[in-house]
Design a protein around this ligand. Structure first.
Ligand SMILES: [Zn+2]
Length: 147
């Protein structure tokens, strides 16, 4: 495609349906916040409320329902893992490795990763069991953290 001017280039991209998100006057595409949400949930265990607070720092116009929808989409796609925490609020984290075990502090609701390999848990299963996935949660309180 020969391009003789910037204007033609502009029209070319318009024709392809390309619009830069920052200059678009149209409503944000659904996937616009995916990267920010995944970043917030990297090595963090967050509720949708907490994710929303973090995304708002870089995207002040973000709406709660849009973020909520985006989080659910990412969970469906398998990029976020949904784990149930304390009470009715689900907690999300980015799927990075295959860590499958968590400790939930019932006092604060904080979720800690436990380095228990999936293979180890699977090795404890009776013969004939064919596991697909593991999700181990231990509840209690953190008396003191040893670093
Ligand atoms: Zn985790």
């Amino acid at each position: 495609m020969p391009v003789s001017s910037l204007w033609e280039l502009f029209l070319f991209f318009r024709g392809k349906g390309y619009t830069h998100p920052k200059i678009s006057a149209h409503p944000m595409k659904t996937h616009f916040y995916h990267a920010s949400i995944l970043e917030a949930c990297t090595y963090n265990h967050l509720t949708v409320d907490e994710i929303f607070e973090r995304v708002k720092k870089t995207h002040p116009n973000a709406g709660y329902s849009t973020i909520y929808r985006n989080v659910e989409e990412l969970a469906l796609k398998g990029q976020l893992k949904k784990i149930s925490g304390i009470g009715s609020k689900a907690i999300f984290e980015k799927v990075i490795d295959r860590h499958v075990a968590h400790f939930v502090d019932e006092k604060t609701g904080t979720v800690y990763d436990l380095e228990i390999p999936e293979e180890w848990i699977f090795s404890k299963l009776p013969r004939g069991f064919a596991p697909k996935a593991a999700d181990l949660r231990i509840y209690g309180t953190v008396e003191k953290t040893v670093s």
